[in-house]
Design a protein around this ligand. Structure first.
Ligand SMILES: [Zn+2]
Length: 244
């Protein structure tokens, strides 16, 4: 239902207008979801249900994903500090706007041009000094990068001692699945689950690579009931990567 509605709106309204009027359009849609059972922790709106899609539960008001709401919960409870320098790669719009409202030093970076950002760092050669950031958010990025170990080295380099990099990607059981012979978007979609993904990590495999470049990795696992108030994923893993 949500997918059909989204496609219909996209076919009727030009993309630049959609971008400009996303907020009022979402507000109108949200009116049908007003309730008391659940609450988005990003926009704080109380709703009767989230929008259930194939792989996610979206907030009808701000469009937040499950993983974005969890990320905010973790940052809000453990990392928010007015003195912290925070770097985020390709953040969702709702998260970007939320962070910008806080009294913190938050910048985002994106190379694709599809996300709100101040910087366009190449993650394999981040154009900034050593030990610049206290916190780096690297969510659903590494699976897009060919030389992912080089990216991890750079993340470590620009992180301050004692700082954290929060890493998440799609995960599978067992070992990392990579195959250099799979090159076309169509093949990648079949093998890696998305046309621009270059591999599927496992928690164990990604942890090993992060440790190899020098991070101290804590695997944080979250378990929630199906009906949890903020619409978090029932099972989710974040790799909390610390620089010694
Ligand atoms: Zn929301």
């Amino acid at each position: 239902m949500y997918k059909i509605l989204k496609k219909t709106i996209q076919s009727l309204i030009p993309s630049h207008l959609l971008f400009r009027f996303e907020s009022p359009l979402r507000y109108f849609y949200y009116l049908f979801f007003i309730g008391n059972r659940f609450q988005c922790n990003i926009c704080k709106k109380k709703i009767r249900c989230f929008i259930t899609t194939e792989n996610d539960k979206l907030c009808p008001r701000c469009g937040s994903l499950q993983r974005t709401r969890r990320l905010w919960h973790v940052i809000d409870t453990e990392f928010l500090n007015s003195k912290s320098q925070i770097l985020d790669f390709s953040p969702s719009r709702c998260f970007y706007h939320l962070m910008k409202k806080k009294n913190i030093h938050y910048i985002s970076s994106d190379l694709s041009g599809n996300f709100l950002s101040e910087k366009s760092y190449d993650i394999k050669a981040i154009d900034t000094e050593n030990e610049t950031f206290d916190l780096i958010i690297c969510y659903h990025i590494l699976e897009h990068i060919d030389d992912d170990m080089q990216a991890m080295k750079e993340l470590l380099r620009v992180l301050k001692r004692g700082g954290f990099c929060l890493v998440q990607t799609p995960f599978k059981e067992g070992q990392i699945y990579e195959n250099q012979n799979i090159k076309t978007p169509k093949e990648r979609e079949i093998h890696f689950g998305q046309a621009d993904h270059l591999r599927i990590y496992s928690v164990k495999g990604l942890t090993a690579r992060l440790e190899h470049v020098g991070f101290i990795v804590e695997t944080r696992e979250f378990n929630e009931t199906q009906e949890n108030k903020h619409g978090f994923k029932t099972k989710e893993t974040i790799l909390m990567c610390k620089k010694k």
